[in-house]
Design a protein around this ligand. Structure first.
Ligand code: NAP
Ligand code: F7E
Length: 323
């Protein structure tokens, strides 16, 4: 039986990946960090089908212990401090978890299960102030935040373990991907959640940052399939995963408010504090290699994604108000 260890299983991607691997009959072990309250909302439906173990990317011995006990055949490193604005306020923590945490895990794998296949959750934020449009596997990095810098470290240490120790270690350079399970602070979910609040009369305005920023947004459920596909190949390799289409935050607002019959211009206000010290203005993927070599393509387009998220938040809000 294939055994997968997922770090970050309580996050958006961890929950979708765990569901995918269960369908493929994997034994799924999810690493969670200790907290005073339970953070299993996203994995509530599958909690009885997976094994949940405590561990932390700060703590090497917890990683070694998990690998020794479960001997996973595949390890997916999805855990990270993943919110870009927080990385300016907590740059050292971001480096500890999002960068050095990757080395801790790779080193533990090298010592305990060197034949295990390793997936690193790299990010389009590494392209930052882009040096090429669209961005592909060979595009040089120019990260614009401590988060992007930490991810560039995680990317290169993964390449380095592959080349130094002959490990099956790969990096998926994923562009923004969203879902109704996205954290509330990220822009798509912030908008869908607040559209539902405004439509239900719970608030009147939505303060936003840079509406001109452009992102290549896809659906998280599609993107976890690419993670799995990358670990099934004969040779380890890195892939850019995205849709190849870019949209502005303004267009996101227009579509999301439009979905419930409202005009975003009547509600969205500008809040200087939400602008970033250094912005990533334009991201757009060239996913040709993923399509031709991996056979991966996104199934959900941007408008369907926005509709899915707004509809889910409208339902959640209606259910909450009924209680
Ligand atoms: P997310 O929802 O923020 O989930 C992050 C996960 O990491 C959570 O389960 C969190 O646990 C866990 N975590 C944080 N610090 C930890 C630590 N010290 N030790 C162990 N676990 C820790 O992120 P996501 O959107 O699912 O993204 C998954 C991964 O892909 C992340 O590495 C992210 O940086 C990367 N990525 C995401 C995107 C995207 O658009 N979503 C694009 C490219 C790359 P708690 O639940 O306890 O907080
Ligand atoms: O911002 C602009 C903001 O926070 C997107 C993470 O998953 O994807 C994500 O990083 C854009 C930025 O995601 C608001 O300035 C405007 O240009 O949703 P976001 P992100 O920073 O792109 C990458 C690939 C990752 O790897 C990360 O882990 O939206 N924006 N107004 C705003 N953003 C937020 N959050 N809130 C606003 O009010």
């Amino acid at each position: 039986m294939s055994v997968a260890l997922i770090t970050g299983i309580t996050g958006q991607d961890g929950s979708y990946l765990a569901e995918l691997l269960l369908k493929k009959n994997y034994k799924v072990v999810g690493m969670v960090r200790r907290s005073s309250t339970v953070t299993f909302e996203r994995i509530a439906d599958i909690q009885d089908d997976i094994i949940i173990e405590q561990g932390d990317l700060h703590d090497q011995s917890s990683l070694v212990d998990l690998l020794e006990r479960y001997e996973p055949t595949e390890v997916y490193n999805l855990a990270a401090q993943s919110f870009v604005p927080t990385s300016w306020n907590q740059p050292v923590l971001t480096g500890e978890v999002t960068a050095l945490g990757v080395t801790r895990l790779l080193e533990a794998i090298r010592q305990v299960v060197p034949r295990a296949r390793f997936y690193q959750a790299s990010s389009s934020e590494m392209f930052g102030k882009v040096l090429e449009v669209p961005q592909k596997e060979e595009t040089p990095f120019y990260p614009r935040s401590p988060y992007g810098v930490a991810k560039a470290y995680g990317h290169f240490i993964t390449v380095n373990y592959r080349e130094s120790h002959d490990m099956f270690a790969v990096s998926g350079i994923l562009f923004n991907h969203e879902s109704p399970r996205r954290g509330l602070e990220f822009v798509t979910r912030k908008v869908s959640h607040n559209v539902a609040r405004i439509k239900h009369g719970l608030q009147k305005t939505l303060p936003m940052g840079n509406l001109d920023a452009q992102r290549d947004w896809g659906f998280a459920g599609d993107y976890v399939e690419a993670m799995w596909m990358m670990l099934q190949r004969e040779q380890p390799d890195d892939f850019v995963i995205g849709t190849g289409v870019t949209q502005s935050v303004r267009r996101l607002c227009e579509l999301a408010f439009g979905r419930v019959g409202l005009d975003y211009k009547d509600f969205v206000t500008s809040d200087e504090s939400l602008f970033r010290p250094a912005e990533v203005d334009l991201l757009i993927a060239d996913p040709t290699k993923a399509k031709t070599t991996l056979g991966w393509e996104p199934k959900v387009d941007f408008e369907s994604l926005v509709n899915m998220m707004v509809d889910a938040d409208m339902e959640r809000m209606a259910a909450k108000l009924k209680q």
